[in-house]
Design a binder for this molecule. Structure first.
Ligand SMILES: [Zn+2]
Length: 546
């Protein structure tokens, strides 16, 4: 089974076949074709053709079925951390090493293809553009002046996106109203709001975000803050940059009565600039609806891309930056289906810098002698705005780095069961016990986090992964995964041992150690200490049974 139709030859469509995944999700197989792969064998490779490979667009990775290999007259033998594949004459064809608990092969064809193709299916464009609605994507990409990638006219099927379905179930929409006419020029009217505190801080210990939405262009800025009282300085810096770069001074600033916006310093600063501060009246909070609607759209997107990628929730700051970038480059109904980018800069956006959040990449790290290149796997989590480099999250070294020399791969880690069960706590902490209150329209008045020690990264290019505060405080609520339950019932052992994931992982054979405990079975399986975790799980289950 594989997700990419373009790597199959002799392709033919079939009536949809429903397949049940290990985590009880369903996905459809919609076509069949042949696929050529290389099995690694010592210093050379064996080229083989897989027949009748099922095309499943919603699958995250390519999977080889051991049962199908057996049915075709081939054999798999597992020993000493390797899976050896033999033909019907017992000739060794290839060896798949067990890396972090999975038997893995590398698909070189995928990597080469992905770096050169400018055509995307409608579904792939939907994933790449932060799960934006198909209607907006079609509208955006029919414009010949929009650069970056195009839609493949033969792949315009509006596939039901499972990730979006799940996100919509957990995010309740709020009504969007824009009762007054839009402002005319960029900077004429800016809507401002402060959101937070989040339950989980970002990598840099930010809990709040200051939202600035331009009324005329719908251009959005989101500035992450550690505490509410940073709002004044953040706004001041933003205004200074606007004035220096474009000569723009915001004419009217619209906000609610948040105390962070009404301090003497803030008020005097606005007066000096000649900026009119328009306040939302207490009995008409809907007048701040544009910003609230924006928050809703952003959080919906952050929720979706984090869940879709399987990456940890404390990366939400990066997901936010990514979604703001997508927001500014995609059409908005309120401005006549134009993009905020073209409204502000009078030219069409270039989408070539937008990639799928959490996409698997390889980045170059040179060894000591500087002659031997070493490609390392990581996950793409956005663009670094200053250098236009790429933020890469490495699960092996537990770091986020800015890289320039990267290659995107369409081979992906399969997201194993358990990863999607991580709790998502984007809603702000509230001292109000009323759980029905919308997280999007509240600015709780509980204490700030000024006393939190904020670590300064020792290297500007490397940000260490923090421990999840929910784990540290023991608040994470997790139930046993199906895999654990299967192990308890002695039915999963064979599957665990025989899973071959066709994913592009290059083993990190360095001494880099995982600095935190894995939170899911999948993470444990990828860790170098998997045998110990497995042993511990069996011990735990034995205790539970006795
Ligand atoms: Zn989607």
């Amino acid at each position: 089974m594989m997700p990419h139709h373009h790597l199959l030859t002799n392709y033919r469509e079939i009536s949809p076949q429903q397949i049940r995944a290990a985590n009880s999700d369903f996905f459809n197989g919609i076509g069949v074709g042949d696929m050529s792969i290389e099995l690694p064998l010592n210093s050379c490779n064996t080229q083989i053709t897989l027949k009748n490979v099922l095309h499943c667009p919603n699958l995250h990775t390519t999977l080889l079925s051991v049962a199908k290999i057996d049915n075709a007259g081939y054999a798999c033998r597992f020993s000493n951390g390797k899976c050896r594949i033999y033909d019907n004459r017992d000739k060794l064809l290839g060896i798949a090493p067990c890396i972090n608990g999975l038997y893995q092969l590398v698909n070189k064809i995928n990597t080469a293809y992905s770096s050169s193709t400018p055509l995307l299916s409608l579904y792939d464009a939907h994933i790449r553009l932060g799960h934006v609605n198909y209607i907006y994507i079609k509208h955006l990409l029919k414009d010949p002046d929009v650069q970056g990638f195009k839609l493949d006219p033969s792949k315009m099927e509006e596939i039901q996106c499972e990730t979006c379905l799940k996100a919509k179930l957990s995010c309740q929409p709020i009504a969007h109203s824009h009762s007054s006419p839009l402002a005319t020029n960029f900077g004429d009217l800016v809507h401002m709001d402060l959101w937070g505190p989040a339950k989980t801080h970002t990598v840099n210990h930010n809990y709040y975000m200051l939202s600035l939405l331009d009324d005329a262009t719908y251009w959005l800025e989101e500035i992450l803050l550690k505490s509410k009282d940073q709002a004044y300085h953040a706004y001041r810096q933003h205004q200074a940059a606007l004035k220096t770069m474009e000569g723009t001074i915001i004419k009217t600033l619209h906000s609610d009565h948040g105390g962070e916006f009404l301090g003497t310093e803030f008020t005097n600063y606005l007066k000096e600039l000649g900026t009119h501060h328009k306040l939302t009246t207490h009995d008409t909070p809907q007048h701040n609806g544009q910003v609230e609607h924006t928050h809703h759209t952003l959080f919906d997107g952050i929720h979706t891309v984090l869940n879709g990628s399987g990456l940890p929730q404390w990366l939400w700051g990066y997901a936010l930056e990514y979604m703001v970038y997508v927001w500014n480059c995609t059409p908005k109904k309120a401005i006549g289906m134009k993009t905020p980018f073209e409204m502000r800069y009078k030219s069409k956006p270039n989408l070539s810098n937008i990639h799928r959040f959490g996409a698997l990449v390889y980045y170059a790290k040179r060894k000591d002698n500087k002659l031997v290149p070493c490609g390392r796997p990581g996950f793409w989590i956005g663009l670094e705005p200053e250098s236009n480099g790429h933020y890469i999250y490495s699960t092996n070294s537990c770091t986020i780095t800015v890289e320039c020399d990267i290659v995107f791969s369409t081979c992906e880690f399969s997201r194993l069961e358990g990863e999607s069960e991580m709790t998502w706590d984007m809603e702000p902490v509230s001292i109000d016990t009323d759980n029905t209150k919308s997280p999007y329209n509240a600015t709780p008045e509980n204490s700030d986090h000024d006393d939190i020690d904020t670590p300064i990264p020792s290297d500007n290019n490397v940000i260490s992964e923090p421990l999840d505060p929910l784990i540290m405080s023991g608040k994470r609520i997790r139930k046993p995964t199906q895999k654990l339950r299967d192990i308890a019932n002695n039915i999963a052992t064979a599957n665990l041992a025989h899973e071959i994931a066709y994913s592009a992982t290059i083993s990190e054979t360095t001494s880099e150690s995982i600095a935190f405990d894995p939170r899911t079975v999948a993470e444990a399986m990828r860790s170098l200490d998997w045998p110990k975790w497995e042993e511990a799980m069996y011990d735990e289950l034995k205790c539970l049974k006795s």
